[in-house]
Design a binder for this molecule. Sequence first.
Ligand code: SF4
Length: 342
Amino acid sequence: TGPQLEAHGVNVEFITRGGQVARALDGVDLRVGAGEIVALVGESGSGKTTVARTMLGLERPASGRIVFDGEPLSYSTRALRRLRRRVQMVLQDPAGALNPRQTVYESVAEGLRLHGIVAKDPERRTEAELVAAAMSSAGLRPPEALFLRYPHELSGGQRQRVLIAGALALGPELLVADEPVSSLDASIRGEILALLLRLREELGLGVLVVTHDLGLAWNIADRIAVMYLGRIVEAGPTEEVLQAPQHPYTQALLSVVPEMEELRPVVLTGEIPDPTRIPGGCRFHPRCPALQDGTAAAEGVDDRCREQPLEILPDDTVGHHVACHLARLRNSTGPRTSPESR
Ligand code: SF4
């Protein structure tokens, strides 16, 4: 057992340039426990990065709360410092996360210095020993050979490992990884995912992976939460959600994952609306393939789709939950014939 990071009914709002209040997150419940890998999935604009930032204390919710290790986050400087040491963010390298003028050693040591970790080390290791240990854990071996290298002298995979080493140097209990492999090529991508799995195994780390890629979630996550326009629309154990997705949005995202080539691709029309213009009824209804192809009408839920909002999903860590009138109807009446099998 270890600490758990939780979001409870989190709403995040911002004011647009035109002075309107936009709700970027609407009632988000999510938790990541020790030794658990949770994937938060959605297109860009779904709010997934805002969830990650809020869970790290970088955004403050308008209402709802973030709870870490059983205590609601107070947003005092001290509480935020403690959270940021124990829960580390791993950024993706192409976002310019590494300083091009800093050596690998300096990059990994930066957080150690900021948090005064060397003085607190129970084993009285030196800074160089702590840097080397973090780099070894991140698979950069032998670490000393890379100490004085600059980012441009490293491969993409090595740069991503340096970012992971910088996070591990602080001895975190949880990692939040934002698109950790999206820019890497296939073989390196597999290596970084294997590294995250190994860190969970060896250090008991919990990991929240934020990604647009359901294939990635399928490969490493225990649980998955799918976001659309600031809400979690489907959540549950990865196998259940991805082998039997119930929300038309999850089904569409899954149908274009290369590993799922037996599925007929569903191309979503339009873009995610901006959060100042959240559609009434089900917020996915203007883009929903089941509404567009007449399935929802055939089953008599199309009016509900357009008019009746869906309630917020609970996050109980075991169940498979879905926010969709059609899925609810089907679950309550048993399986129906799908248009593909007719
Ligand atoms: Fe589509 Fe209706 Fe389900 Fe929304 S509630 S996802 S519009 S079928």
